[in-house]
Write a protein that binds this ligand. Structure first.
Ligand SMILES: NC(=O)c1ccc[n+]([C@@H]2O[C@H](COP(=O)([O-])OP(=O)(O)OC[C@H]3O[C@@H](n4cnc5c(N)ncnc54)[C@H](O)[C@@H]3O)[C@@H](O)[C@H]2O)c1
Length: 332
């Protein structure tokens, strides 16, 4: 696989891992990112790679999208604003997810791309009606973010039906690992808890802590994305869950992180009222993606959390600085 590939949101959490792998395989990569949540530093040593073009642009701007997509044969569409933001600013998030996706679909159609890889989210399913949740699970979006992701998926499907666009939708469950976000409302649970533990601050559980998620280490998720774009014919017009197929409670995550930092869970785990938009149970079924691209995740949660902690430790020797961003968080 050596081609010109555009990655929207390529400076973000998942995007940065995907871009590094694409470059290592000899592809020419165009990143389109407005850096609202992404960072150049996520791309590490490859940010000056001769095969990489970074366009500081917005997917809601048609000219930016047309410019970035020119001559690309594969699109990996990852740009997004997050779930918590959608609860505060549903119109803004809808504009990025829905209007932005439409711009990307139009440009993909004009460029007659070989594959439009659409990144959905397990949030479209809502809380599990049955487990493990397969791709036929009902769509019950519980937040404006999830509703916009349903619309995104439907637009992608419709472009396949109307214009013959070659698409694949992947549905990641929860990912974690290096480059994940810990700051403010957009912070995810694992990095947030790690940063708080580094600072000997309480780890917060919203509600009982018995909510479950299906966590996948981000490097394995990026590996799966590469396998999908390397096998376009096998994945056309398919929706594929991307998960480990194991459910882990948020309380277990908190206990694990306490153990890694030698903190007493009774003292350091704090309960706060549950938040709107938190689904109760997620456990995915990854049978289809396993069969199609031979994707078998190997990294257990204990190992993945250990690696993530090591990454935070290597990156930051100034935990107080991290905390100052953390306490700015406006819990919803
Ligand atoms: N992180 C998870 O656990 C998770 C779970 C399920 C699905 N997903 C999906 O994976 C994809 C990537 O998510 P992520 O966690 O890497 O998010 P992220 O926030 O780290 O990355 C998204 C990137 O999009 C960029 N962006 C935002 N608005 C933009 C705009 N208008 N124009 C251009 N760029 C813009 C941001 O700057 C950021 O770099 C998304 O489609 C998301 O819905 C993520």
């Amino acid at each position: 696989m050596r081609q010109k590939i555009v990655v929207t949101g390529g400076a973000g959490f998942l995007g940065s891992h995907v871009v590094m792998r694409l470059l290592a395989l000899g592809n020419e990569v165009v990143v389109l990112d407005n850096f609202s949540n992404g960072k150049m530093s996520h791309l590490g040593s490859v940010c000056k790679h001769p095969q990489l073009t970074v366009i500081h642009g917005d997917i809601t701007n048609k000219d930016d999208v047309d410019h970035a997509f020119m001559g690309c044969k594969t699109v990996i569409h990852l740009a997004v604003l997050d779930l918590r933001q959608s609860i505060k600013e549903p119109f803004r998030v809808n504009k990025v997810i829905v209007d932005g996706t439409l711009n990307c679909l139009e440009a993909a159609k004009e460029n007659q791309v070989d594959l439009f890889l659409n990144c959905s989210s397990s949030e479209v399913y809502g809380s599990a009606v049955y487990v493990p949740m397969d791709e036929k699970h009902p769509l019950n979006p519980e937040t404006p973010y999830a509703a916009a992701k349903v619309a995104q998926d439907m637009y992608v499907y419709s472009f396949g039906r109307t214009y013959g666009l070659c698409w694949t939708t992947i549905r990641p469950f929860n990912m974690y690992g290096p480059n994940s976000h810990w700051q403010g409302c957009r912070g995810e649970v694992i990095p947030k808890m790690i940063v708080r533990a580094m600072n000997r601050q309480p780890l917060v559980l919203f509600g009982s802590g018995n909510q479950t998620r299906d966590f996948l280490y981000v490097e394995e998720a990026a590996q799966a994305v590469i396998k999908v774009v390397s096998n376009p014919a096998a994945v056309y017009s398919q929706t594929l869950n991307l998960c480990r197929g194991k459910e882990i409670s948020i309380r277990y995550i908190a206990e694990l992180i306490c153990r890694e930092f030698n903190l007493n869970p009774t003292e350091f785990i704090q309960i706060q009222p549950s938040r709107p938009g938190d689904v109760m149970r997620h456990k995915g079924n990854n049978q289809i993606i396993s069969e199609i691209i031979d994707f078998i995740p190997q990294i257990e949660i204990e190992e993945g959390i250990y690696r993530t902690i090591e990454w935070f430790k290597s990156l930051l020797n100034k935990p107080q600085e991290l905390l100052s961003q953390e306490v700015l968080c406006n819990w919803i």
